[in-house]
Design a binder for this molecule. Structure first.
Ligand code: F6P
Length: 361
């Protein structure tokens, strides 16, 4: 291979730029030119490419200085998008034509569930070798212990909860903090343990609005009865009841026995998705980036590089922590993680169940 393309797609995540840097460096070291695609699959269909390498007069391939400097930045310097057009076969055919026109022989896609689904169909239909890298703060991608951005997002949540805890303790208040995670409560669960929250609310528990209100009221009553000054409940975005509504309904429900109770709602939203990548995200990005280029150059396709897979079935790479999984397998496992049938989700829920009683102490 002489020329490959790379794109970032779907919700951005810290570590995407670090992966771009690693991909470009390894490819350059093998004499392969790298073209970044602007705005994800939209740019692939529209032919919106930019070279991330530079070829010197003596034929050596060098890394663009902006790419080199961007490794420590959040977001993605080549832009991202959620593309409805790419879900259609015509869109994918147009993208394949744009790549062929430029003699681009391989593609690396960094993104989440929807992006990897696009990569699977694209590789099958176009025959262009395509490798995925999991990138999504939600950690809802199957076959990988972590996706790019998860660790940074957790650090951001922990820092925010520390700040909230200071003011909560000052006023003896209860807080419900909502964190991102549309289909998967991983961020809520993992951060709840790290900040010793009193409880966690995630979609996977399948609770009704009534149950959530009753649970929240009980956690607050028990917390104050134990003399706590801070009561902190972490709620995942995937729980359908909006934070402010949950708080209002719970205050109403507690009016009779605790008329002065004060509950505050904080929605962290996109704050959680931005910010410079943590050490761990940079390290994983570097190693998955190397793994993806290595896989492409060895002739692999329709596959994803995974970090310390929690499920069996991957193929080894040069890096003992990075395994290669067929995208079909990854997408089936992702669906299972989201619908709760995966042993990974069941283990997470069982662990959370056990931790809940302890956290409330
Ligand atoms: O990337 C995943 C995610 O951050 C989800 O947690 C969240 O529900 C969604 O993206 C938000 O998407 P958007 O930025 O398009 O509003």
């Amino acid at each position: 291979m002489k020329k490959i393309a790379v794109l970032t797609s779907g919700g951005d995540s810290p570590g995407m730029n670090a992966a771009l840097r690693a991909i470009t460096k390894l490819a350059a070291s093998k004499g392969v030119q790298v073209f970044g695609v602007h705005e994800g699959y939209e740019g692939l269909m529209d032919g919106n490419f930019r070279e991330l390498t530079r070829v010197l007069p003596d034929g050596q391939v060098m890394v663009d200085i902006e790419v080199d400097a961007a490794g420590g930045l959040g977001g993605t310097i080549i832009g991202s998008a959620r593309s409805a057009r790419f879900r259609e076969a015509e869109g994918r055919a147009q993208a394949s034509m744009q790549m062929a026109k430029r003699n681009l022989e391989g593609l690396i896609v960094i993104g989440g569930n929807g992006s990897l689904t696009g990569a699977h169909f694209f590789s099958r239909e176009s025959g262009i070798p395509t490798i995925g890298i999991p990138g999504s703060i939600d950690n809802d991608i199957g076959c990988t212990a972590l996706a790019l951005g998860v660790d940074s997002a957790l650090n951001t949540i922990v820092a925010a909860c520390d700040n909230i805890s200071d003011t909560a303790r000052a006023h003896r208040r209860a807080f419900v903090v909502e964190v991102m995670g549309r289909d998967c409560g991983y961020l809520a669960m993992a951060s709840a343990i790290a900040v010793a929250a009193d409880a966690v609310m995630i979609r996977e528990q399948g609770k009704t609005e009534e149950q959530l209100v009753a649970d929240l009221a009980n956690v607050i009553r028990n917390g104050y009865a134990r003399g706590k000054r801070r009561i902190l409940v972490i709620k995942a975005e995937g729980v359908q009841v909006p934070c402010t509504r949950l708080v209002r309904l719970t205050e109403d429900a507690m009016r009779a026995d605790m008329p002065t109770v004060e509950i505050r709602a904080t929605v962290l939203g996109h704050v959680v998705r931005g910010g410079n990548p943590s050490y761990q995200d940079r390290a994983i990005a570097g190693r998955l980036g190397f793994g993806a280029v290595g896989a492409l150059l060895r002739g692999a396709t329709d596959a994803m590089v995974a970090w310390l897979p929690p499920v069996p079935g991957g193929m080894p790479t040069e890096d003992s922590s990075v395994m290669l999984f067929p995208l079909e397998h990854v997408l089936a496992e992702t669906a299972a993680v989201i619908n709760g049938s995966s042993p990974v989700t069941q283990r997470r829920l069982a662990l959370m169940e056990k931790a809940t009683g302890v956290l409330a102490l």
